[in-house]
Design a binder for this molecule. Sequence first.
Ligand code: ADP
Ligand code: MG
Length: 362
Amino acid sequence: MSDAHISLRSIRKTYGSAVAVDDLNLDIEEGKFIAIMGPSGCGKSTMLRMLAGLEDVTSGDILREGARINELPIWEREMPMVWQSLALFPFLSVRENVEFGLRMNGIKASERQRRALEWLEKLGLGDFANRSINQLSGGQRQRVALARCLVTEPSVLLLDEPLSALDAHLSVQMQGELKRLQRELGITFVYVTHSHSEAFSMADTVVIMNQGRIEQAGSPEDIYLRPATPFVAEFLGGSSIFECTARARKTGDFVLESIDGAFKCDASEFPDLEEGQHTSLIVRADQISVTAEGGWAENEVRCKVIGEEFVGALVNLRLETAAGTAVNVQLQQRDMQALDIEVGAGVTASWHPEDGHLINNT
Ligand code: ADP
Ligand code: MG
């Protein structure tokens, strides 16, 4: 048995014949920030609602400190949830909204008021205690929703896309505040988001879900540098994916055959690679160089320029091989200018063998 704070064991959730969550296993350590990502409809909210006790599990176990809590009612789980829509009560004041979290627990009015004010103070809302919810900005409301959960002093906070209704500037500011709060309080955060920057900037562990299952769970660095499946690489974006077959050579190393030609790859991270094995070769956009002519590099492929997108000092260049493989490149603006190419032009994309990352496709 693991010593994880919260464990999900073979969790499955079906609605009639539809499977929302399928054989999901996850260990969550105490005091960590876990970000859950995945395409819309992959089961993120359902998983969170099962943790909160808002939804029964169809099969499998939810464990806290090793003890099964499947049947524990919401108010005894002590895992409150913050939504994007917040669900604040418009007819109550800011303070009353925060106190509401304590009412269920039968705490005296004077004590409720003291604790509510203390949390409003901590979240920079001390002066707003007697206002109505309608008199607050989006960011302030978000803090009231947080205070309402935190006032109960939970050991786990569940957050379902809490910042997605805020504008970009406010969202970045709240990211910093949330991370600071999580560190200071030492509370476990399980945080669902569709934003890569939120997940990668705040989380200790990033979980990528797909069709009710976990594709990969790991540190942000691990997920970024070593995506475990083609789905993860594609979901994160910014990489090129070449479907290959491994061909052993007399020298003992491998060459990868693809419809776009033969590529070399450092297979030391992949000791089990065998002749004939199907793999995906993943190359990140920042690791690809572009030149007008080829003939220089160990790994190169001729491409056509499909599009370009300027993002600050960087340019995202979309290329395509003759066989139709998408090749994504990220260049410095000045390198792009030096290249002097246009949409429709022919270019050569190249990368170093050690920069390719192999994924087993079998
Ligand atoms: P996400 O939060 O990742 O976008 P959800 O967990 O909301 O995804 O949904 C996962 C799947 O379960 C979806 O296909 C969704 O349509 C389905 N689903 C969620 N809630 C219900 C429900 N109450 N009844 C029927 N199907 C549901
Ligand atoms: Mg959702």
